[in-house]
Design a protein around this ligand. Structure first.
Ligand code: C2O
Ligand code: CU
Length: 491
């Protein structure tokens, strides 16, 4: 492997021991030998035989009812463009981060050390936790420091993710690899009935479309995206799939997939190459009322979905990339072939996965949140959120029930994300939602000139100092000011 030789030149200050077998070990795919890890901080995610890389499951230590997880944000190198070494970053490794499992009702403590050489924060995207623990810009911490948030897991079963959220550097840090999944488990009947063995029949799929030049320099801002000679590599769990279809051998007939679009801006649609259906079971914020047969799942930047496949023959999953920003990827990529090697017959899926009581918004307080722009500067309600002082602040109170119209006055695509609590869609461009849009969300597409109406209730947490964020999850737009603050105050 040629990366080995250049290692000395790319050596970063962090050559952490955790980046080896513990950081990126193979899980699942029995006996697969990974070709990654030439030494501590080079990530090469694909096995020699192109087996799907499964991010390591981070083991926590449980004592006195609290599970402690240890993460280090660090730099390294990885092969984002095939055959080229890029400077990257990851948690406990060189690219992406390990998956955490949190259990509803338990308490977690995270010790997160910053070894990036720059300020960072770690936001738990989609988690219902106190604002002070949320990892927004007010929680940024400096190189060399450790941030230790602790909170009870109030979320029910769902797929969350974690990533940096410091002012102005979110896009840069996420595109270089700082992103990982969080699986929240609960004791619901649906969870008991669904596949849950990580890396065996419960498979994470972190999809990304990035922008890089031929030297492997990963771009994140307007200047970078407008430079010449770019390609838009598509990655699955950190492996470039531009010309490669990864493989996964399913040892159970039914396999569950958790898909995250961790791209900075592009929209990724997941579908089968044979035109067959995916059995979608969850949106961003947990289970649908019942499983839905869908032919595709469209994920804007930051969004997640879960589906299961009961396979008797191999199926290839593909992603259709739609440019979300000034430039970006396009085309259809076969990223994973799932080949069954199983003889079990799974029980029928439960007819009901979840009870979702639709909000009656008759008495909800109404607000308008306007996504706007002035030249290249992005704003919310006319305020550019590039600093805490300049951003618009929405003030509400504990247990307030609100219905927001998110109005996109630009002709650009946006991905609206709200911290703290999940929302229900009340209308999408004036039309009532149907199908999987009746689930719970924290991130949803707002097309150029379009609008969404969403309803939510601000339960459990108040703070008069720390704020939640609401913003566009096109990370460049976020960094360019399309972000506002939300303060939930005592009544
Ligand atoms: Cu995934 Cu405020 O972010
Ligand atoms: Cu946007």
């Amino acid at each position: 492997m040629s990366e080995t030789k250049s290692k000395g030149l790319h050596r970063r200050k962090f050559l952490g021991g955790m980046a080896g077998a513990a950081g990126l070990a193979a899980v699942g795919a029995a006996g697969a030998t990974f070709a990654l890890l030439t030494d501590g901080n080079t990530f090469k995610a694909a096995a020699a035989d192109n087996t799907l890389n499964i991010p390591d499951l981070l083991e926590g230590t449980t004592a006195d009812g609290t599970t402690t997880f240890t993460l280090t944000a660090q730099t390294g190198t990885s092969e984002v463009v095939s055959g080229v070494t890029s400077t990257t970053a990851g948690y406990n490794g060189s690219y992406l981060g390990p998956t955490m499992k949190w259990t509803n009702g338990s308490t977690v403590l995270l010790n997160i050390t910053n070894d990036l050489g720059a300020d960072t924060s770690v936001h738990f995207h989609g988690a219902h936790i106190p604002a002070k623990m949320d990892g927004g810009p007010q929680n940024a911490f400096a190189d060399g420091e450790t941030w230790s948030p602790t909170f009870e897991i109030k979320d029910e079963a769902k797929t969350l993710w974690y990533h940096p959220h410091a002012l102005g550097t979110t896009a840069e840090q996420v595109v270089h690899g700082l992103a990982g999944l969080i699986i929240v488990e609960d004791d619901s009947d649906a969870s008991a009935a669904l596949p849950s063995e990580y890396g065996v029949d419960d498979i994470p799929l972190i999809l990304q479309c990035l922008a890089a030049d031929s030297a492997g320099d990963i771009k994140y801002n307007l200047t970078g995206y407008l430079s010449s000679g770019l390609s838009y590599p598509v990655l699955c769990n950190g492996t470039n799939v531009d010309a490669t279809t990864l493989g996964f051998t399913a040892t159970k007939t039914r396999t569950r997939f958790r898909v995250l679009n961790a791209s900075p801006s592009d929209i990724l649609t997941v579908q089968r190459s044979d035109g067959g259906t995916l059995t979608q079971i969850a949106t961003d914020q947990g289970y649908l009322t019942e499983a839905a047969e869908v032919t595709s799942i469209r994920l804007v930047a930051g969004a997640r979905a879960e589906f299961v496949l009961d396979l008797s023959a191999a199926v290839t999953l593909q992603t259709v990339v739609t440019t979300g920003w000034v430039r970006g990827g396009s085309g259809t990529y076969d990223f994973l072939t799932v080949t069954p090697d199983a003889s079990d017959t799974p029980a029928d899926l439960p007819s009901t996965l979840n009870t979702i009581t639709r909000y009656d918004t008759t008495n909800f307080a109404a607000r308008t949140v306007t996504l706007g722009q002035q030249g290249a500067a992005m704003n919310i309600n006319g305020s550019s959120g590039t600093t805490m002082d300049s951003m618009a602040t929405i003030m509400t109170t504990l247990d307030a029930e609100e219905v927001w119209t998110i109005s996109n006055t630009t002709q650009l695509e946006h991905s609206f994300h709200l911290h703290d609590v999940p929302f229900q869609l009340i209308a999408i461009n004036g039309v009532a939602p149907t199908g999987t849009d009746l689930g719970w969300f924290d991130t949803y597409e707002v097309v150029g000139g379009g609008s969404i109406k969403i309803a939510m209730k601000f339960t459990d947490f108040t703070d008069d100092t720390y704020m939640y964020m609401l913003h566009c999850h096109l990370l460049q737009h976020e960094d360019e000011g399309m972000m506002a603050a939300l303060m939930v105050m005592d009544s």
